[in-house]
Design a protein around this ligand. Structure first.
Ligand code: BGC
Length: 710
C-alpha cells in the first residue's frame, strides 16, 4: 500500500478478488447486540473470516468491533469491515427525537447534536450511522414521523444538510467522523393510510415539490450513502427501481456514493410480487443501482451464479465494490483498521455532551397553549406531578436509542424534585386504568397548589412498525385527566409523544399545554427548567397537530383548489364536522411573554429578473422580560403555470428582544425563493404577482404583495 495512490490501490485489490469475495463486499450482515429486523445473520464469524461480509450492523463498543475486525483482517484479502448502527438521535447521550429537535428550528444546534453523535459513535467503534431520516410526512398516523423533521420540504432540506455536515465533517478519516446514510429513498413517509411499509402512490409533482428536496439537499451536502425505502414507487419496489436509483439519484442529482438497501428489502421483493426468486430479486436490485444488500444475503448467494449465467456482468459488481472500497479507504480503514477499536472514550455522556443534550431538549419543547400566563409555575408552590409518564425515564428517551441507557436519563420527576416540593402519583398505566392509582392521584392533586399532568405515548407507540389509527391520548389517561380537572386545582398538561397528537378534547379543557416529545437523556431537567421558568419555550411545530384524525394526511402547504374553503358556501372544499386547518398549525409555538407584530413592508413593489426585494416586519416585545420569537417568511405565487401552494415557508429568523424592545426583521427574496418545478418538472421562475407573508406561525401572518417582472 505504501506510496500507492487510492486509485491504484483499489484497482489492484479488486484485481485480486474472486467474484465470491466481491459479492462479500456487497453483503451487510447483522450482529446480535441489537435487533432491528426479523432476520438474523447466521455464521457471522465464519463469513467474515472467509471474506464474505463487507460491513456489519448492530455491533458496537471497541471490544466487540475489534473482535470482528480481527476476523476480517485474518480473511484471505484482509479487507476491513465497516461498522454501522442506527444512531438516530445520539449513541450514548440521547438528544430529543428528530421530530422534536426539528421544532427548535436551530440548524446549528442540530449540526452540533449530529457531531456529538458522530464522536460518540466513532468512540464506540462505528463508522456509519443510518441517519438522517429525511422522509417528509404529512400523516402522523405513521409512527416514523418521530424520526424525521416534519411536513415541510424547505425546512426539511436545511435540516438534512445540517445533519450530514454534523456527521461527516470535512474529513471522513478524522477520529470523530462517521458516514451518513440518507433514508429512506424514496417517499417512505407517504404510505397509504399512514400504515408502515404500505404502498405509496404519488404524483411526480408531489415527489418533486414536497418529497424529494430533503434527499437532494443531503446529497448536495455530500452524504456518502443512501438507503432505499421499503415501499414501491409506481409498482416497482424502491430497491429495484432503476429510474429512482440510477437515472434520478446518480444521473440527475450526481450522487457519487453507494446505495444500501433497507433491512432484507431485496428478498422482500418476493412479497411485493415483483420477483419470484432471490436470484431474480438480486439481479433486479443490482441492475437498478443498489450496491449493498442489507441482511437478506441474496447478493452473497446469487451474484456469482448471475455472473456465470451472464444475467449480470462482472463489471456491474466491480463498480459497486469500488464504491464500497473507496469509502473504506476514505475512512482510513486500510491504513489503520483498528483505530476505532482501542478503548472506551471519555466522551461518552461527558459533561459537555449532557449539556448539549439539555440545550437541545430545552429548545425542542413547544408551548401549544398558555392561557392567563399560568406557565411558568412558581417554585414556591407545592406541585402534584401526575401521570403514567411523570416518572418514566425510558419513555423520555423515545424510540431508537442506540446504546442509550435509561438508568442515566432524567424523568420529569427527577427534574421537578430539584426545583419545587413535588408530590408524585402515576394515576394510571399508559393504556390501562387502575382505581387505586386514580384515587391516589386525586389525593395528590388535592394536597397540592398546582397539578402538572404528564400524559402521552410510551416509547413503543411511535417509531418503526408503530402506526396508529387513533392518535388521541389513551382513554384511561383521559379518565385520569377528567378526575384531576374535577378537583378544581390549576392544572397544566405536559404531553409526550413521538408524533403530533389529536388534542382537541384537551385543548378545550386545559389552560396550558406544553408538548415535550421524547426529550432524551436530559429531558426531565430541561422540562423542569421550562415549567418553572428558568428557560422559556422557543420551539415551533414542524408538523401540524390535527383537530381530528379524519383530516389526515394534512399540510399547511395545501393547494388552493377550485372551490376554496368558505364556511357559508355549500359547494366549497370543507368538512361538515370540522374546520379544515390544524388545531395547532405548522410553525406554531408560544413563549413566555407577548409580542406585537406590525404590518409587513416591502422595499419595492416590483422585483426584476435576477434581482431581489426585501420584506420586513417590526416586532415589539410587550412583556417585562426578554423574550424570543421565531419569525417566519412564507410566499405565495398567485398565478402560475401549475397550481402553487397557498403558502410555503421560505425563511425564518429567531430574535431575542429585551423588555419593551422593537426590532425590524428583514428577509431578502431572490429568484431561488420563487422557483418551482414547472410543467416539465424543471425548475422555473415565472413572472407575475406574489404575496410575501411574515409572522410567528403559518396561521398568524401579515401579507404584502409584489410582482416579479419578466
Ligand atoms: C429501518 C431502517 C434502519 C434499518 C437498520 C430498518 O427496519 O427501516 O431505518 O436503518 O432497519 O437496521
Amino acid at each position: 500500500m505504501a506510496g500507492m495512490s487510492k486509485d491504484a490501490f483499489l484497482h489492484e485489490l479488486l484485481g485480486r478478488m474472486s467474484v465470491e469475495e466481491k459479492a462479500g463486499q456487497l453483503n451487510l450482515l447483522t450482529g446480535a447486540m441489537d435487533a432491528t429486523g426479523m432476520k438474523h445473520s447466521d455464521d457471522l464469524d465464519t463469513k467474515i473470516r472467509a471474506g464474505r461480509c463487507g460491513a456489519v450492523l448492530n455491533v458496537y463498543t471497541p471490544a466487540a468491533t475489534r473482535a470482528l475486525q480481527e476476523l476480517a483482517l485474518a480473511s484471505p484479502l484482509a479487507v476491513p469491515l465497516i461498522f454501522g448502527y442506527d444512531v438516530i438521535h445520539g449513541q450514548r447521550t440521547i438528544y430529543p427525537i428528530p421530530l422534536g429537535l426539528s421544532c427548535s428550528w436551530n440548524l446549528d444546534l442540530m449540526e452540533r447534536c449530529a457531531r456529538m453523535a458522530a464522536a460518540e459513535s466513532a468512540a464506540d467503534g462505528l463508522h456509519w450511522v443510518y441517519s438522517p431520516m429525511v422522509d417528509i410526512s404529512q400523516d402522523p398516523r405513521w409512527g416514523r414521523v418521530a424520526e424525521g423533521a416534519g411536513e415541510d420540504p424547505w425546512l426539511g432540506a436545511k435540516i438534512a444538510a445540517a445533519m450530514v455536515r454534523g456527521y461527516q465533517g470535512d474529513d471522513l478519516a478524522a477520529p470523530a467522523a462517521v458516514i451518513a446514510c440518507v433514508k429512506h429513498f424514496a417517499l417512505y413517509g407517504a404510505p397509504m393510510g399512514g400504515r408502515d411499509y404500505n404502498t405509496v402512490d404519488m404524483s411526480r409533482r408531489a415527489m418533486e415539490e414536497t418529497y424529494f428536496p430533503p434527499y437532494r439537499a443531503a446529497i448536495d451536502a455530500g452524504a456518502r450513502t443512501v438507503m432505499t425505502a421499503f415501499n414501491d414507487i409506481d409498482g416497482i419496489p424502491a430497491s429495484a427501481n432503476r429510474w429512482l436509483l440510477t437515472e434520478l439519484l446518480r444521473g440527475q442529482w450526481g450522487f457519487r456514493g453507494w446505495i444500501v438497501t433497507d433491512y432484507t428489502a431485496v428478498t422482500e421483493m418476493k412479497n411485493h410480487g415483483t420477483a419470484a426468486t432471490d436470484a431474480d430479486a438480486a439481479r433486479q436490485s443490482l441492475d437498478a443501482g443498489v450496491d449493498m444488500d442489507r441482511v437478506s444475503e441474496a447478493f452473497l448467494a446469487e451474484l456469482p451464479d448471475l455472473v456465470e449465467s451472464g444475467s449480470i456482468s462482472e463489471g456491474q459488481i466491480d463498480a459497486a465494490v469500488l464504491r464500497v472500497l473507496e469509502t473504506k479507504w476514505d475512512l482510513g480503514l486500510f491504513r489503520d483498521p483498528l483505530a476505532r477499536c482501542n478503548h472506551e472514550a471519555a466522551i461518552h455522556l461527558s459533561v459537555e455532551n449532557r449539556q448539549l443534550a439539555r440545550e437541545a431538549a430545552r429548545e425542542s419543547m413547544v408551548l401549544l397553549k398558555n392561557e392567563a400566563g399560568i406557565l411558568p409555575l412558581s417554585k414556591h408552590r407545592t406541585i402534584a406531578l401526575v401521570g403514567p409518564l411523570a416518572d418514566s425515564r425510558r419513555d423520555m428517551l423515545g424510540c431508537w436509542i442506540a446504546a442509550g441507557d435509561e438508568a442515566l436519563a432524567a424523568s420529569p420527576l427527577d427534574g421537578f424534585r430539584g426545583m419545587a416540593e413535588t408530590i408524585h402519583a402515576r394515576g394510571c398505566g399508559i393504556s390501562e386504568g387502575n382505581d387505586d392509582l386514580l384515587a391516589e392521584a386525586v389525593r395528590a392533586a388535592e394536597q397540592a397548589d398546582v397539578v402538572v399532568l404528564v400524559l402521552g405515548e410510551s416509547w413503543q407507540m411511535s417509531g418503526e412498525a408503530a402506526s396508529r389509527t387513533n392518535i388521541r391520548l389513551p382513554e384511561c389517561q383521559r379518565e385520569l385527566a377528567r378526575h384531576i380537572l374535577l378537583t378544581g386545582k390549576p392544572c397544566v398538561l405536559v404531553t409526550m409523544s413521538g408524533r403530533p397528537l389529536e388534542l382537541t378534547w384537551e385543548n378545550s379543557r386545559f389552560p396550558a399545554i406544553l408538548h415535550a416529545w421524547a426529550l432524551g437523556t436530559e429531558g426531565g431537567h430541561a422540562l423542569a427548567e421550562v415549567v418553572f421558568g428558568d428557560a422559556a419555550p422557543v420551539g415551533k411545530l414542524t408538523m401540524g397537530f390535527p383537530r381530528s384524525v379524519g383530516q389526515l394526511p394534512m399540510t399547511y402547504r395545501e393547494k388552493p383548489t377550485g372551490r376554496p374553503f368558505d364556511a357559508a358556501a355549500q359547494y366549497s372544499s370543507k368538512y361538515l364536522d370540522a374546520p379544515n386547518d390544524a388545531l395547532y398549525p405548522f410553525g406554531h409555538g408560544l413563549t413566555y411573554g407577548e409580542f406585537r407584530h406590525a404590518a409587513v413592508a416591502i422595499d419595492s413593489p416590483e422585483m426584476q429578473p435576477g434581482g431581489t426585494v426585501t420584506v420586513s416586519a417590526e416586532i415589539t416585545n410587550l412583556g417585562a422580560q426578554p423574550a424570543t420569537e421565531t419569525l417566519q417568511l412564507y410566499l405565495r405565487d398567485l398565478v402560475a403555470s401549475v397550481s402553487r401552494p397557498v403558502k410555503e415557508l421560505r425563511g425564518f429568523q429567531r430574535v431575542t428582544l429585551a423588555a419593551g424592545e422593537s426590532r425590524v426583521v428583514s428577509f431578502q427574496i431572490t429568484d431561488a425563493d420563487l422557483a418551482f418545478p414547472g410543467r416539465d418538472f424543471q425548475p422555473v421562475v415565472e413572472p407575475g404577482d406574489f404575496e410575501a407573508m411574515i409572522g410567528p406561525s403559518s396561521r398568524d401572518l401579515r401579507v404584502v404583495g409584489f410582482s416579479r417582472r419578466s
